[in-house]
Design a protein around this ligand. Structure first.
Ligand SMILES: Nc1ncnc2c1ncn2[C@@H]1O[C@H](COP(=O)(O)OP(=O)(O)O)[C@@H](O)[C@H]1O
Ligand SMILES: [Mg+2]
Length: 275
């Protein structure tokens, strides 16, 4: 008999679809530094997972593994329950995983339209940017930004002239435009003022309401608790814990980030350690 078929049937009966994306035992070392160490983490469809942790905890390295920017030394990724390899970011993008990296990867001296379509012209089979293509791309850019409620004076403006929040919004807009399945963002609010951070968090909430699966690295626990459905805590390269956002609180997450035991038994263990 086919054991695989039996287990698949059992899974279907239990109503548990495989997670949209999963990391299984992924590790990545740089010299002696274990940037990411044996991390297993599932990202079910429709969830918004916040990834938190101190500087150097391995958040960005994990994101880069999920995005195909770097390859894990060990472990693998799964999409819809199937093992996959993303040898390049393009491979991740090809199945609908878009990532807004910490540096945004915008071309500062290009305008908003060019930034939305950069590197995609060939994929769309439209050749070098001709006049007709340009008009079509401009209309598409305006549509995308309108839809996301992003206000930019002109889509023909060079992105270096825009504010941090506008630049962030364009990077997100580009990712949303091309990424059909998962949006990954590394510190999307970090460099922004209060108002701009608020706009970006509204954008995240709107995308979540549409059911878009998101993974968001953030330092800001207020944003994390407002926007996420679950919180993954990284510490020293390892996954220190995963919590449903509704079933945890700031204090527990802060303790997990700091490496303090979060279970109720924490006090007695602390007492034993001190003795
Ligand atoms: N390209 C690299 N070369 C060497 N060390 C790196 C590199 N990228 C990350 N690291 C190290 O790996 C650890 C995790 O870094 P990172 O993933 O950027 O953490 P975080 O995003 O949580 O701040 C840190 O100690 C960092 O110095
Ligand atoms: Mg980082």
């Amino acid at each position: 008999m086919d054991d695989g078929a039996v287990s698949r049937a059992a899974t279907a009966e239990a109503g548990a679809a495989p997670p949209l994306l999963a990391a299984r035992g992924v590790s990545k070392a740089y010299g002696g530094v274990h940037a990411v160490e044996d991390v297993t983490l599932e990202f079910p469809a429709g969830t918004v997972t916040a990834v938190v942790g101190d500087n150097g905890a391995g958040k960005t390295t994990l994101i880069k593994i999920l995005a195909g920017v770097i390859q894990p030394d060990e472990g693998h990724l799964e999409v819809d329950g199937r093992a996959v390899r993303f040898p390049t970011p393009a491979a991740a993008r090809a199945i609908g995983i878009e990532t807004v990296h910490q540096d945004l990867s915008l071309a500062d001296h290009r305008d908003v339209v060019e930034n939305l379509f950069i590197g995609r012209e060939v994929a769309r089979g439209s050749g070098p940017m001709g006049l007709l293509d340009k008009r079509r791309m401009q209309q598409e850019t305006i549509r995308v930004l309108d839809e996301l409620n992003v206000m930019i004076p002109s889509v023909r403006q060079q992105v270096r002239r825009l504010s941090g929040g506008q630049r962030q919004a364009i990077a997100i807009g580009r990712a949303v435009h091309w990424g059909s399945r998962i949006l990954i963002m590394d510190e999307p609010m970090a460099a922004l003022g209060l108002q701009e951070a608020k706009r970006v968090s509204e954008l995240v909430a709107a995308l979540a309401a549409r059911g878009l699966t998101q993974i968001i690295v953030s330092h800001n626990l207020d944003h994390v608790f407002r926007l996420s459905t679950r919180i993954a805590v990284m510490r020293l390269g390892r996954l220190a814990g995963l919590r449903e956002t509704e079933r945890t609180n700031h204090e527990e997450i802060v303790r997990m980030v700091a490496g303090l035991a979060s279970a109720p038994a924490a006090e007695s263990r602390h007492g034993a350690a001190a003795g």
